[in-house]
Each structure stands twice: as C-alpha cells, then as structure tokens.
Write a protein that binds this ligand. Structure first.
Ligand SMILES: [Zn+2]
Length: 190
C-alpha cells in the first residue's frame, strides 16, 4: 500500500539537504547511505540524492520520515521513487514514511555537479544554471531552450538546435547536433 502523503512543506530550515551526507554515525546517516543506491527511475545513472529529489531524513513520534521533492509536480515517476525509497529501507529493517514536498519546488540547481557530469556522460546535456532565483522561475522554465547554446554530449559542438521542447520526458527538450547530426536530450533548467 502506498503510504506516502503529499503536503506542501517549507523545508529550508531543515539542516540536511541533498548535497552532502550527514557526518554523524547515526540512524539518519545510515538511511542516507542506504538511499545512495536508489536511482532516478528515468535516469538510472543518478541517485535521488544527486538529482536533488531526496531532501531530508527525520525521526518523529510517528517514526522515520523521508522527504522527497519531485522534479516537477506531475512527474509520472513519483510513485516509483516513493516505492523504491520505502523498499530500500524496508530491506534494511527501517520502516519509513515517504513524504512528498512540493514547496519549495524542485530546482535543477539542486543537482550536484557530479550529477551533471554523469548526465553528460550518459548522453543527456545537463541543465544550465538558472539566470536568477526569482518568483518567475516557472516562467523562466518555459523560456525556449532554443535561445540557449546547448553543447552536444556526443561531440561537444554547440552548433545544436532544439527540435522539440519536450523530449523523452516533459523535463527534457529534444535537440539535434548540426555538427555530428546526433539527436540528444537536454535537461531543461527550472
Ligand atoms: Zn555532436
């Protein structure tokens, strides 16, 4: 049964984030370590921590809680991520409630630099940094990526063109390299 709930939650005040593992050898550290093996269902070379989806681990009177934020609110992989997190911890003897946080919205700036390098090696052009963190970030996300210079992951040329604003998933755009003629996905910044 899916026990995850979806709540808006402000988590800026939570000390551990997606970019670093807690140093202390406590249960939270163990959980973060275990969850290193849980990868993005659509991009199996990236862990949920590296892509910035895994946000925090907490203990509460109701037990262990794991907070995740989808890359976008309608992400079809969300249930899969919740199940994967729960199963990974159950196998190790942890009962955890997976809580989906929609606020603040996920940002591609939460992706680690390591994750961006792995994306590139996987053949997906990593997202550019957002121009600024403003309330209009959703509008910026819609800015045509054809205005951006996106380097080809195959040959490195920036002589590329956007052929579709939506690639294999809604969070990616389809590009074609005009140098080597290979099509590739670009992970859109937002
Ligand atoms: Zn190319």
């Amino acid at each position: 049964m899916n026990i995850a709930v979806s709540v808006p939650l402000i988590i800026q005040d939570l000390p551990d984030g997606p970019l670093a593992l807690p140093a202390k050898k406590d249960v939270h550290h163990a959980v973060w370590q275990l969850l290193e093996s849980v990868t993005d269902p659509e991009i199996p070379v990236l862990s949920l921590r590296e892509i910035g989806v895994l946000r925090a681990v907490r203990s509460s009177s109701e037990g262990l809680q794991v907070f995740i934020t989808p890359t976008y609110s309608g992400c079809p992989a969300m249930e899969q991520m919740q199940d994967d997190v729960r199963q990974c911890l159950e196998v190790a003897g942890f009962q955890a409630k997976v809580i989906t946080c929609l606020s603040p919205a996920w940002s591609s700036d939460w992706m680690t630099s390591e994750a961006k390098a792995k994306l590139l090696a996987y053949g997906i052009a990593p997202p550019h940094s957002r121009p600024s963190h403003t309330e209009n970030s959703r509008v910026q996300w819609m800015k045509p990526s054809s205005f951006l210079k996106v380097a080809c992951p195959q040959c490195g040329s920036d002589n590329t063109t956007e052929t579709s604003h939506f690639g294999s998933t809604a969070c990616k755009a389809m590009f074609t390299c005009l140098a080597c003629m290979e099509p590739f996905d670009y992970f859109k910044p937002y």
